[in-house]
Design a protein around this ligand. Structure first.
Ligand code: 5GP
Ligand code: ZN
Length: 117
């Protein structure tokens, strides 16, 4: 059912503490932790604790939770003292999504090119 933890989901396991992560922020509904393979000096992932396979499913199924995730991306940027930063939701394998639990990448701390390629 939408939102329920998935047994084989890496990020559900991070939420449940079964896999360690460097958590930088946590709310009742979200967790933010450092990416294991950072692409910038700041590279933090913000996820809903509830499982949705991607940002589109999250926005459609739980818009208030999607807003919580967005609010936390800004909180991460504030904590990291980023004045410029990028928020990315890779959605679908063709766009580079590899973990199918909705997550926002918060990237900053270096110059970022646009378009990203
Ligand atoms: P995607 O490619 O799905 O948009 O992003 C998934 C991200 O999760 C990647 O940037 C990848 O480095 C990160 N990642 C994959 N496995 C782990 C893990 O076990 N721990 C952490 N902290 N990040 C992970
Ligand atoms: Zn999950």
């Amino acid at each position: 059912m939408a939102g329920e933890a998935q047994q084989d989901c890496l990020f559900c396991k991070i939420v449940e503490g079964q896999i360690p992560a460097t958590v930088v922020r946590e709310t009742d509904t979200t967790v933010a932790f450092r990416d294991i393979n950072p692409q910038a000096p700041t590279h933090v992932l913000v996820i809903p604790k509830a499982h949705y396979p991607n940002a589109a499913a999250l926005a459609a199924g739980a818009p208030e939770l999607a807003a919580d995730v967005l609010r936390e991306t800004q909180a991460v940027a504030d904590d990291e003292k980023l004045d410029s930063y990028r928020v990315v939701f890779n959605t679908g394998g063709g766009a580079g999504q590899t973990v199918f639990h909705a997550h926002a990448h918060v990237l900053g701390g270096r110059g970022l090119q646009w378009p990203p390629g």
